[in-house]
Each structure stands twice: as structure tokens, then as C-alpha cells.
Ligand binder design. Structure first.
Ligand code: PHE
Ligand code: NA
Length: 452
């Protein structure tokens, strides 16, 4: 099983990659982290890392997948053996699998909240509701671990079923409809939020920055989020890259993914913060931010119950297409390496991730104020997983940049990039020096402080 089929349609890689990239990271995580970390300063660091570090590493990661034509772990093993004398690079694959497993564990719990809100919208429970009652209904959800557990289980099982049955490649057509619909409905939400709330204050909050306001951990969060939102540094993009036709332009594809992904995050952020400032809510509300603000817009909209229902269904679709891309590389590895049947491989990964997800479920109720994690790390289990994500993803990206920049030969890269010498030199400078320095700089400044 060393050579993969190449996707027949040229656009399929792009669609799958955008499906992986656009998800809860844009709608849920970006606004909540920006809100907690001073808005504009967070956004500035996030945007700078997307464009100077994220895009070059995105190119590198797609390239590694495409030139190995294998799943990430086996692909890295193959590339490391053909290009270097050291097996250390194989750790990129392993590290990616660990990240996927950690991220899926909490991603699925949060996606579960969207299942709950789909129900709340479609039954009209939040029609005409005000900020206080919407906030109270969110608190009530968090206070019920059984419900969180049920939704978490439903979401992760649905994702596993899609990957296990091998139908994820058939989701193409679904994504072709889902992505544009999500964009349209987000713009409607933005328009409503602007009319109800304070778009000027939202833009001010997100776009005017004072770097002094960004805490050290805020720097780490902003960099981590730029990797998270692009699904970067953990093998998801590498796995899809293995199917990308050889003649498609890496640069153009990577820029398209980054621009679309950033646009979705900014639109969601503006809509959410317009509602926050209009209703006098707290931008630093935390992980519930999206769920206590967006329903406000649907409460006022004519047909808001139905539109809100459709919106949360689309959110779930975007979340599932991201979750699939977390499961796929790990499952493919288990199949290739241990000859496990595909359904077993998927089950092994997903059951382990489901169990780890229990930590997140409890973080919002039974263990909200006190747990082993509070005593050891001074934060909830969910916050520990978030922090771990912000470290693991840039670390994977750093190693990918170093490998693509230093271990691959000039000829190999030019063959994949088939670009002009000038852009090749710029790209190589970025992955050799700029990306590793930026990641190392943020790590060295922030990680030693994190515990204190
Ligand atoms: N990029 C996805 C999002 O923004 C999350 C993700 C992370 C997907 C890692 C795959 C791998 O929601
Ligand atoms: Na994203």
C-alpha cells in the first residue's frame, strides 16, 4: 500500500483542505481566544503568523504529503530514510498523531454544544430571548455532564462512522454546498449583528492593537491558533496532500486556503463582538462566547428559529469535515503499519479520544473549580488541553519547516513547487529561518512563564 490514487478532480484537494481548515477553529476558538487576549493585539500576532509562518509551512506540509504519496507517519518515515541519515524526523508523524488525538477529544465536546443549539433553535426555545436568558440556558447546558457526554458521543461516533465506512471522499459534493452556504448565512448573521449591536466597537476591538496588552500566554495562544485554524503541523494536510495531483500549484492553493479561512474567522469575530458590545457582554467570556452571542441575532431575525437551526447544522457539517481530517491520518497509519482493518483502526483512535474527552466534559461542571489539574497546573483540564494544543501544533510545524527547508534537496523541492527560482528562494528562506525562529522565539518567551 505505498502508492495512493490521485484525486481525479483538480479542485478536490482544495475542497478537502478547506473542509479541514474551516471549522470550530474559526467560529468558536478564534473569537473566544481573541476576546480573552485583548482583541487587536491577538489578531495582529495571529495574522502575522498566518502569513509569514503559516503559509510557508502549509506549502511545506502539502509538499511532504504529495512527494511521499503516503499517510503522514509512513510518509515521514519514507522521506526521512531517503533524504537523511537520521530517523529523528519520523517523530513528526508521531507528534501529529498525538495532536490529532488530543484535539479531537475536546473538539468533539464543543461540537456537541452545536448539536444542543441546533435543537434549541429548531424548537424556537430561544426566540425573542434576551442576553440574560440565553446566558442562563448555556450555563444550564454546561451544568449537565450527562448531556455533554451524550452529545460528545454522538458527534465523535458520527465522525468515526464516516471515516470508518470510507465515505469521507464522497463528502466532496456535500462540502461544495456546505461551504458557500455557511459563508452566506454568516454574512446574514453579520448584517443582523451589525443592526442589533455595535459593529464599530467590534471593528475597533479586533483591529486596533496595543501589543503591550497581550500577555505572554496570549502570544502563545495567537500563534497556536494560527496553526490550529489552518489544521497545520499535525499531518491532516499532509494526508490530503498525498492525493493532490502533481501539477496543481502549491503556492496558489496554500494562499487560497489561508485567505478563505481567515475571512471566515474575521466575519465570525466581527458578528460576535458586535453582539458583545451591543448587549454589554464580556468579550473575555471564554469558550462559551459564540454560544451566548450568536443566538441573540437569531432571536431577533424573522425566521430566526429556522435560520438558526440551519446555521448550527452547517456549523456541525464544518466541524465534522474537520474532525474527519483528524481521524484520517491516524487511522491510515494503523491500517498501514499494523494491518488493522479500517473500521478497527478508526475505532481504536476514536475510542481513545472519546475517553480523553471526558476530561473536557467534566471541566465545565464537576471539575470546574477544583481538580487534579487545578492543583498541578493551576487551570482546568480543558485549559491544559488547550495549552497543549498551542504547543503541539507549532512544534509539529517547526519540525516540518526544518525538514522541508533543510533535509529536502533543492531539486526535489523545485520539482514539487515547479515555480520560479525567485519565489523558491523566498519560500526556502521563510521555512529555513523565519518560521523556526518565530516559533522558537514565542516558545522560549512564553513556555517558561506558563506555570507561574
Ligand atoms: N482547522 C480546524 C478548525 O479550524 C481544526 C483542525 C485542527 C482540523 C487540526 C484538523 C486538524 O476548526
Ligand atoms: Na480554521
Amino acid at each position: 500500500m505505498s502508492t495512493h490514487n490521485v484525486w481525479t478532480h483538480k479542485g478536490t484537494f482544495l475542497l478537502a483542505a478547506v473542509g479541514s481548515a474551516v471549522g470550530l477553529g474559526n467560529l468558536w476558538r478564534f473569537p473566544y481566544l481573541a476576546g480573552e487576549n485583548g482583541g487587536g493585539a491577538f489578531f495582529l500576532v495571529y495574522a502575522l503568523t498566518i502569513f509569514s509562518v503559516g503559509i510557508p509551512i502549509l506549502i511545506a506540509e502539502i509538499m511532504l504529503g504529495r512527494s511521499s504519496r503516503r499517510s503522514p507517519i509512513m510518509g515521514m518515515r519514507f522521506l526521512a530514510r531517503t533524504h537523511t541519515a537520521s530517523r529523528a524526523w519520523e517523530s513528526i508523524g508521531w507528534l501529529g498523531a498525538v495532536s490529532a488525538f488530543v484535539i479531537l477529544s475536546f473538539y468533539s465536546v464543543i461540537a456537541g454544544w452545536a448539536i444542543h443549539y441546533t435543537g434549541l433553535m429548531l424548537t424556537g426555545s430561544l426566540q425573542q430571548a434576551d442576553a440574560t436568558s440565553i446566558g442562563a440556558s448555556f450555563e444550564a447546558l454546561l451544568a449537565t455532564p450527562e448531556l455533554l457526554l451524550l452529545y460528545h458521543t454522538l458527534f465523535i461516533a458520527a465522525s468515526a462512522l464516516i471515516v470508518g465506512l470510507g465515505i469521507h471522499r464522497g463528502i466532496e459534493n456535500g462540502l461544495r454546498l456546505l461551504m458557500p452556504s455557511l459563508c452566506v448565512i454568516l454574512l446574514v448573521v453579520l448584517a443582523y449583528s451589525a443592526s442589533l449591536g455595535d459593529l464599530g466597537a467590534a471593528a475597533d476591538f479586533l483591529l486596533t492593537f496595543n501589543l503591550g496588552e497581550l500577555s505572554l500566554e496570549g502570544w502563545l495562544a495567537a500563534m497556536g491558533q494560527s496553526f490550529f485554524t489552518l489544521s497545520l503541523g499535525m499531518g491532516a494536510i499532509m494526508a490530503y496532500g498525498a492525493y493532490m495531483p502533481g501539477e496543481t500549484s502549491l503556492t496558489r492553493t496554500a494562499i487560497t486556503i489561508a485567505v478563505l479561512d481567515t475571512a471566515v474567522a474575521v466575519i465570525a469575530g466581527l458578528a460576535i463582538f458586535a453582539l458583545v458590545f451591543g448587549a454589554g457582554l464580556d468579550p473575555g467570556e471564554g469558550p462559551g462566547l459564540m454560544f451566548v452571542t450568536l443566538p441573540l441575532a437569531f432571536a431577533e431575525m424573522p425566521g430566526g428559529a429556522l435560520l438558526g437551526g440551519i446555521f448550527f447544522i452547517l456549523v456541525l457539517g464544518a466541524a465534522i469535515s474537520s474532525a474527519i481530517s483528524m481521524i484520517e491520518p491516524v487511522a491510515a497509519y494503523l491500517v498501514e503499519r499494523f494491518d488493522l482493518p479500517r473500521p478497527q483502526a478508526v475505532a481504536a483512535m476514536v475510542i481513545a479520544s472519546w475517553a480523553l474527552g471526558l476530561l473536557t466534559v467534566m471541566s465545565f461542571n464537576l471539575w470546574a473549580d477544583d481538580s487534579l489539574f487545578h492543583r498541578l497546573f493551576d487551570r482546568s483540564a480543558f485549559d491544559v488541553l488547550e495549552l497543549l494544543t498551542n504547543i503541539l501544533m507549532p512544534l509539529g510545524g517547526l519540525l516540518i519547516a526544518l525538514f522541508a527547508g533543510w533535509a529536502l534537496t533543492h531539486g526535489e523541492v523545485l520539482k514539487e513547487m515547479h515555480t520560479n527560482e525567485r519565489w523558491f528562494r523566498i519560500w526556502r528562506f521563510l521555512v529555513r529561518f523565519v518560521a523556526p525562529t518565530a516559533v522558537a522565539f514565542v516558545f522560549l518567551h512564553t513556555i517558561p512563564q506558563v506555570e507561574g
